[in-house]
Each structure stands twice: as structure tokens, then as C-alpha cells.
Design a protein around this ligand. Structure first.
Ligand SMILES: NC(=O)c1ccc[n+]([C@@H]2O[C@H](COP(=O)([O-])OP(=O)(O)OC[C@H]3O[C@@H](n4cnc5c(N)ncnc54)[C@H](OP(=O)(O)O)[C@@H]3O)[C@@H](O)[C@H]2O)c1
Length: 272
């Protein structure tokens, strides 16, 4: 698996497995399958209620801990209560791990995220997290953090797919040394994205699936992805994108699908 170097030198696999909406009882099987298929990067969150399953799957796999990149995220209620360190320790305990690879602020809770980030910095200094980052931060949230705190986030995980290309945020993060990571890169398969003609045409041209064309488009734009699949064949397919290359023209044509259309919440209205 190819890796990208984050702004503190930590290496992160370009593709990971997303496990949102996979219940705890199913998640262990899914993560074990993914590790067998070749995944070495798992994206969970306190909010997904499957951290324990991730921990069990990692232990059962027999794969050395240091070969697997584990991300989890701190939920909004913990930001509001200010119990940041307690939330981190609880996640680590559920995951049954000694350290995390990446810990993210899940959403920018207004009036709280700067304070939260300062506590993230303290946990980072303690050595229990290899990298800290944010999720769902717009440029103005990042500008506030960069102005008021010390550690530049290693990653910003945002909704990003061909209907929401996020070019401005991507450019801003590149300049600031923040790695962009996409969530719902397939628009969660709810919107007919896989049937778009440009994607089906390119799929025929390169003997790939529309999903692989999207993941390759992300990779060539410098975006880390975490496609969710509970199906072994599709998991394997989603890793197999490193043996072909889209042209610049093809990337630009996919970009034209952009409608600035979100399927998830707007980060300026975090009332959950
Ligand atoms: N930070 C945040 O706020 C946030 C928010 C949402 C999600 N996330 C993260 O991002 C991850 C991915 O996003 P997502 O779960 O919303 O959806 P997604 O990855 O965009 O799409 C998942 C859907 O695509 C299908 N699929 C996967 N691979 C496929 C392939 N090769 N061909 C055809 N269909 C395929 C899956 O079905 P099968 O399972 O049947 O294959 C599933 O229905 C989440 O799991 C989570 O880890 C983060």
C-alpha cells in the first residue's frame, strides 16, 4: 500500500477502510476481512460505536500493531463538556490500544474547537497519538486554528466526491501542509454517482469500475480516501487503483461534475 507523508513525518496509507454505519457485532468480521484483503488503515469514531470491534479484529489478525494505521474521532458532546482527555482515554480503552495513529476533532463545534485543539496538542505531546487532525473544518475554521494554536493539523477529513470537489479547501490545505482526506467519496452510493457517463466511459477505457475511477481521481488530486465496504470483493477492488493513470484532461472532466452538493451536514451548522 502506497503511503503519504504527513506534516510531522508520519506515513499514512492512501486508502483506508471506512466503517460508519457498521454495527459493533458486524464490524469485527468486516475489519478482519479488510485486514486479510490487505487494508492497513481503518477509520472509526466514537460516534460509530464500533471501536471495540476494531480492537478485537486487530488483535485477532496477528498483524503487528505498528503496521496498521488507526484513526478515531472525538464526538461533539465531549467537546461541549470539555472532557477531551477522558474521551481520548475512553476511545483508546475501547480500541484496546496503547497509542493511536490519528485522532480527529469530528466536527468544528462553534466556540469550543480552539479549546479542544489545545487539549489535543497536550495529548499529542504526551506521545500517545502519532498525529492529530480535524474533520469537517472549512477554511475559516482552519484559519482560526492556525492563528490561535501551535500544532498545524496533520489532516482535515471532509465530505468530498465528484459532486462536491472542494477545490478551494484542497488548495488551501495543500499550501498549509494539511493532508485532505475524503469521506463519502462515493457520495455514500445514494445519488446515482456511479452511473455518471464520464465515470462509466472511463471505467470501460481502463477496465476498472466507476468506484475505482473515483478513487484514482482522488489519489491523483492528492486526497486520501476511506471507502466503506462490507463486501470482500468490493473491498479488494477499492485497493486496486495503483496500476493505471487518468490524464489531466480526464481529471478536469470529472471535476465538471461538481455541484457543490453535500449529502451530509454543513459544518457551519453543528447543532448535533
Ligand atoms: N468525518 C465525518 O464526519 C464522516 C462522515 C461520514 C463518513 N465518514 C467516514 O467515511 C467513510 C466512507 O463514507 P461513507 O460510509 O459515507 O460512504 P462511501 O464510502 O462514499 O460509500 C459506501 C457505499 O458504497 C458502496 N461501495 C463500496 N465500494 C464499492 C464499489 N467498489 N462498487 C460499488 N459500490 C461500492 C458500499 O456498499 P457495500 O458495503 O455493500 O460494498 C456503500 O453502500 C465512512 O465509513 C466513515 O469512516 C466520516
Amino acid at each position: 500500500m502506497e503511503k503519504v507523508k504527513l506534516n510531522n513525518g508520519v506515513q499514512m496509507p492512501w486508502i483506508g477502510l471506512g466503517i460508519f454505519r457498521i454495527e459493533d457485532n458486524e464490524a469485527q468480521r468486516v475489519v478482519e476481512t479488510a485486514l486479510k484483503v490487505g487494508y492497513r488503515h481503518i477509520d472509526t469514531a466514537m460516534y460509530y460505536h464500533n471501536e471495540e470491534a476494531v480492537g478485537k479484529a486487530i488483535k485477532n489478525s496477528g498483524i503487528p500493531r505498528e503496521e496498521i494505521f488507526v484513526t478515531t474521532k472525538m464526538w461533539n458532546a465531549d467537546q461541549r463538556s470539555g472532557k477531551v482527555k477522558e474521551a481520548f482515554e475512553a476511545s483508546l480503552k475501547r480500541l484496546n490500544l496503547d497509542y493511536l495513529d490519528l485522532y480527529l476533532i469530528h466536527w468544528p463545534v462553534e466556540g469550543k474547537f480552539v479549546e479542544t485543539w489545545k487539549k489535543f496538542e497536550e495529548i499529542y505531546q504526551s506521545g500517545k497519538i502519532r498525529a492529530i487532525g480535524v474533520s469537517n473544518f472549512k477554511q475559516h475554521h482552519l484559519e482560526t486554528l492556525l492563528k490561535e494554536t501551535t500544532v498545524v493539523p496533520a489532516v482535515n477529513q471532509i465530505e468530498l466526491h465528484p459532486y462536491l470537489t472542494q477545490q478551494n479547501d484542497l488548495d488551501f490545505c495543500k499550501k498549509a501542509g494539511i493532508q485532505t482526506e475524503a469521506w463519502s467519496q462515493f457520495a455514500a452510493n445514494q445519488t446515482g454517482l456511479f452511473e455518471e457517463k464520464i465515470l462509466t466511459d472511463l471505467a470501460v477505457k481502463y477496465s476498472k469500475s466507476p468506484a475505482q475511477i473515483i478513487l484514482r481521481w482522488d489519489y491523483q488530486r492528492g486526497v486520501v480516501t476511506i471507502p466503506k465496504s462490507a463486501n470482500e470483493k468490493r473491498m479488494a477492488q477499492n485497493l486496486n487503483i495503483f496500476d493505471f493513470k487518468l490524464t489531466e484532461e480526464e481529471i478536469k472532466t470529472i471535476n465538471l461534475l461538481n455541484e457543490n452538493k453535500r449529502i451530509g451536514p454543513d459544518p457551519d451548522h453543528v447543532d448535533f
